[in-house]
Design a protein around this ligand. Structure first.
Ligand SMILES: O=C(O)[C@H](O)[C@@H](O)[C@H](O)[C@H](O)COP(=O)(O)O
Length: 260
């Protein structure tokens, strides 16, 4: 059964980040990260993206979590996608996310799961395979079916004006990456060309998928994503779903192409 997609609207990008942070505090509370509970899950696995998710939404989340008393010591942070560039390169999302997480109370630095960077002599394919292995070892699947994919608790996605999300770009065959958790992208239309990304299957195995889509430049991408029945080749953003929750946090500017 497909879970209904929920849309919440902020006045602008900052308000959308605030609304996302509010939802995060609710999520963290449910998982026993504020008041420890006996039946709380031992670990919480979230994946984050680059762009404004790394630079605006994560800071809002960490600030709100701090105000609510969230303990990050059992939280693991993964990347929905990452650019395959040398460590320390400005294009790498890891540095921005690591710096935000320095303010997260109790966060254990080794719980930030970065992808391999390009200067260490691994190929792009090896970097993707290594990240898939790391996810499979650390993140339990929800189903006992053999081969079931790891189920992240929360995936935070952004979206590009072309409807890409993570590094899943339109015009590509989703079947070509079916069953994989992480794949290499060697020819991203948006620079830098080499990336690693979670697949549709990996995102769809996550319990909660939240996409933060703001700004007038995303209006058409949002309209297409919300078109009933849109496929992953036309709109990666429109195709992603969580097992329990799919939430789009948008702003007024991004809604301008939607019918009332
Ligand atoms: O990897 C990239 O090239 C970008 O990070 C990209 O995927 C970004 O996440 C989206 O385009 C949304 O960007 P904004 O949230 O900043 O609009």
């Amino acid at each position: 059964m497909t879970v209904e997609r929920e849309i919440v609207t902020g006045t602008d990008a900052a308000d959308a980040a605030r609304l996302t942070a509010e939802r995060f505090v609710r999520f963290a509370t449910e998982r026993g990260l504020v008041e420890p509970r006996e039946d709380a899950p031992a670990e919480t696995h979230i994946a984050v993206s680059g762009g404004s998710v790394a630079t605006s939404v994560m800071p809002a989340i960490v600030a709100a979590a701090d105000g609510a008393g969230v303990d990050w010591s059992h939280v693991h942070v993964w990347f929905a996608d990452e650019r395959f560039v040398p460590r320390g390169h400005d294009d790498r999302n890891a540095a921005a996310v690591a710096s935000v997480l320095r303010g997260a109370k109790g966060f254990v630095p080794t719980h930030l799961h970065s992808t391999l960077s390009s200067e260490i002599g691994v190929s792009l394919d090896e970097a993707a395979a290594a990240y898939e292995r790391e996810l499979r070892v650390n993140v339990p699947p929800r189903s006992r079916t053999p081969g079931a994919l790891p189920s992240l608790d929360l995936v935070l996605l952004g979206a590009g004006p072309d409807g890409h999300t993570a590094s899943l770009f339109p015009g590509r065959d989703p079947e070509a990456i079916a069953g994989r958790v992480v794949v290499a992208v060697a020819d991203s239309p948006k620079p830098p060309p080499e990336r690693v990304t979670l697949t549709f299957d990996a995102i769809d195995a996550a319990q909660r998928v939240w996409a933060i889509v703001t700004g007038e430049g995303k209006a058409e991408a949002l309209r297409v994503a919300l078109t009933p029945g849109v496929d992953a080749r036309t709109s990666p953003l429109g195709a992603v779903r969580g097992t329990d929750e799919t939430l789009f946090v948008v702003d007024e500017a991004a809604r301008t192409a939607l019918a009332d």
